[in-house]
Design a protein around this ligand. Structure first.
Ligand code: NIG
Ligand code: FE
Length: 408
């Protein structure tokens, strides 16, 4: 056999449910990589003969390999800080009240508009580095802090550039309908028309987005406006997703599911009808425990119903300056288990196999099996549950991205 590299003395959480329903575990396994893909994977005892003098062999010393982690929902390009609002909230003002008073998302919009593309790139690069150190190999980044043609394009161009210059793959999402910009304060519908008629065509023209998202909520865009934007995106051939049911039940998830959305995200207020709609369409349910924790929410997403209807559950950081200033995908594993009572296996599925589904890339990443991209991490842990159990001492020892060792 002629391979580019071989990994041995490893246990492997393949996340392949044809092996087992939890981690798809192979103890004392081996992985062979060729041309950036997994060429062979299985128990070490079955590893075909190869020339060890001609093939780099890496030893895991009994650690665990998992797929590279995927953070399927972030807003990691933004300028400024909202620590002052954090302080206000601790003095009794609510997230909704801050937003209504012109703070919140608009506060970050002002800072992001004032920043140059170069400044945003540097801020984004540092955040991407932080995720990458914890084993993240694919990240989704949304726009939504520009809220005008020029600045939405600026954000998306920076996201695309980050993807080109960083080993982490970047999927981009156009979230022009994140909040109502001050210029359209008294005419929400006119802004929605602007998103559909001016911004979206420009985004498509430069191929800046892989998907389109809307914040469907009583403090943002209503159901009809959401449908108008998602329809335009679909007609243009883009994938769709939705911030839905975060603060109230608006029925956004059912709408998005019927339209074939990849995922609906937040979903604390999702009800059984909504869960059924997700199950029927194969739409993923993205859980964002960072925002739940940081906003001190108490309404739990309907985890038991999602399990019952076998809706793929995704876990993501939602990293953003307002509701989840927590730039750690590993932390989400812990919060997903402690706050939402996910099992550690469900949590790991949420940042691997199911996260890949939510980004429409499950034919390439998220599961370790022959033919998939060789994106994986070696962790210094005794069992995969340790990734969710403990936080703070980063157990990531190595990261391989499309067959290249990128972190030692
Ligand atoms: O996903 N829910 C809407 N948007 C973000 C919050 C953005 C902000 O507050 O800056 C979220 O939680
Ligand atoms: Fe979000």
């Amino acid at each position: 056999m002629c391979w580019d590299q071989v990994w041995i003395e490893v246990n492997i959480a393949t996340m392949d449910n044809t092996i087992d329903n939890h981690y798809g575990a192979i103890t004392d396994g081996a992985i062979a990589v060729k041309d950036g893909k997994i060429a062979w994977i299985g128990p070490r005892a079955d590893l075909p003969q190869f020339d060890p003098l001609d093939t780099p062999v890496y030893r895991g010393y009994g650690g665990w390999i998992t797929p590279g982690l995927i953070d399927a929902h972030t807003h990691l390009i933004f300028a400024g800080s909202r620590a002052n609002e954090f302080e206000q909230r601790l003095n009794g003002v609510s997230y909704q009240e801050i937003a209504a008073a012109g703070g919140g998302i608009i506060n970050t919009v002002n800072a992001t508009r004032a920043a140059t593309a170069g400044e945003l790139f540097e801020l984004g690069r540092r955040r991407l580095n932080a995720l990458a150190k914890e084993g993240v190999t694919t990240v989704e980044i949304k726009s939504g802090y520009g809220l005008c043609l020029e600045d939405e394009l600026k954000m998306l161009r920076v996201a695309r550039e980050l993807g080109k210059h960083h080993h982490v793959d970047v999927k981009t999402t156009f979230l022009g309908a994140h909040a109502l910009p001050p210029e359209f304060k008294d005419d929400c519908q006119a802004y929605v028309n602007c998103v559909v008629e001016q911004m979206l065509p420009a985004v498509i023209n430069e191929n800046l987005a892989d998907a389109v998202d809307v914040f469907c909520e009583n403090i943002a865009f209503n159901l009809e406006q959401t449908e108008q934007i998602l329809t335009a995106a679909k007609e243009a051939g883009l994938a769709i997703k939705l911030h839905a049911e975060q603060l109230s039940n608006m029925g956004g998830s059912t709408l998005a599911a019927k339209m074939g959305a990849l995922s609906v995200d937040h979903i604390e207020y999702l009800n059984e009808t909504g869960v059924q709609a997700l199950a029927q369409s194969g739409t993923c349910a993205t859980l964002l425990p960072g925002a739940f924790y940081f906003l001190r929410e108490t309404k739990m997403p309907p985890i038991e119903l999602l399990r019952q209807y076998k809706v793929p559950m995704v876990l993501a950081s939602d990293f953003n300056p307002g509701s989840s200033p927590l730039c750690s995908t590993l932390l989400m594993l812990n919060l997903g288990c402690t706050l939402f009572r996910l099992t550690p296996a469900e949590a790991l599925q949420g940042v691997t196999v199911n996260a890949a589904k939510a980004l429409g890339i499950s034919d390439q990443v998220g599961v370790l099996k022959t033919g998939m991209n060789a994106d994986f991490c070696l962790w210094q842990i005794e069992s995969p549950a340790e990734l969710a159990y403990s936080y703070g001492v980063n157990p990531c020892k190595e990261v391989v991205k499309t067959g290249k060792l990128v972190h030692q």
